[in-house]
Unconditional design. Sequence first.
Length: 522
Amino acid sequence: MNSKKYQNLLFASSLAVLLLSTGCQTYTQQNAELNELKKAGNLSAAVTEINKMADAQNGKRDEVVLRLEQGLTLRTAALADPSMVPSIVDPKKVQKPAEGQPVPPLPTAAEVRAYYYKASQAAFDRAEERIAIFDEQAKTKVGEEVAAALTNLASIPYKGRYYDKVMLNTYKAINYLELGDSDKARVELLRAYQRQEEAKDEAEKRAKIVAEESEKAAKGELKDEKGKSAAYDTNKALADQKTGPAINNALEESNPKAIPLYPDYQNPFTMFMYGLYWLHKGVDGGEVERARKAFESLKQIFPENKFVLADYEDSTKRADGLIPQNLTYVILETGAAASRAEARIDIPTFIVTSKLAYVGAAFPKLVFNDSYIKEISIKLGAETIKPVLIGSMDGVIATEFKNDWPTVVTKTLISTATKAIIQAAIQKELNDKGGSAVGFLGGLALGAANQALTIADTRSWQALPKEFQYARFTSPETGVIELQIGEEKMTVKLPEGTIKVVYVKVGAKATETFVSSFTLRM
């Protein structure tokens, strides 16, 4: 083989290695170890692992999603018994007491909880800082969209989905309520509500941009392997008898009929927390009206939820000066929210390049986790109360997924077509300058690189629960309630105050139940 042929082959192989170095694992595969630790109930190891993973992504493309995972994992640590989480005492900073001096006491359970709540807030704050930077860059930075066309959508920094941003501020508000800082909780709930209002406008703007990109591709602004303009009409691709049904099936799998779909970009649980706060913390007519509007919206979504109806009634009475008294709320989060997996679908490229008929494209699809504790019971002496659904995160996620689907499909089709064109162009160059042998070997290398780059963006906030439920009732005189979770029973002492909240997080097993409580109004 002459030196020129060798150089061409070396170029093709080096390109393949370079492209492969960007990584061929999906986000779900990369997080397999962390997810296994959570499934095994090893919270201490999960905390250590997510801290390591999040810090390793500091300033990198996956930092936002990992900070979200970190924030919620650390929040779980705050709810857990201190024996289940890493010690907050740094052994390197512990000084051995002088002879005859007492050993310093270990941190109390309250101190451990406060530490992890604050650590959770720090992770959420960092995620929010990065999201704000990306939101600002999105106004002027378009290069990443072009780069994604040459690699894949998973190569773009994760900027946070709309439901991520809403739940980020919702959890920050709950953390502040747990820490006893209702003023900061107020700010976070207002921000969460505002994000819901902003989401629809932002989504419409983004869809318009993608439609323009699709139109440009259809007009021939892509180039074929001969350097000529090549049109790629995404509508023709979707009409293909092989591709169209496969893409529709992926969407149908991600929106099963059993999953409730909510109004666009509305999170019922966030609306509930927003309404709950203003119902019991509102001090004037305007603030009380926020509660009434929130529960009015919830009443439309859950017309048979007796607890929502009771809170709506209380919110209307507050306008007449009647303030609810002596209530306990039990909020339950259970299960694991829908995650994302990859669906491989062949798409037509013969409308762009004569060298390829179909190439494989990778689309995301939702996978639902149906193994979870579906309900708990609250025992008040002889009376039994069961919480009722106030928000399915599966529903929130599936609604946004469905809304985003046309955008994701368009970008994936254009990205895949672009890579096919580039591959065909390089292949032609290798054949012309290096001969058939170099062209063949280079083609293998390029094919391997393209295959590695064909991965779907499966990044998602996997620590989110599957659903939220709640119940409300008159606080018992005993000051305690009993929770029945599967075969497990827990006695919970209620905090002081007129309006009390008990927060219950149930893991994969009934034994993985974490409980906290706080006072909403004294």
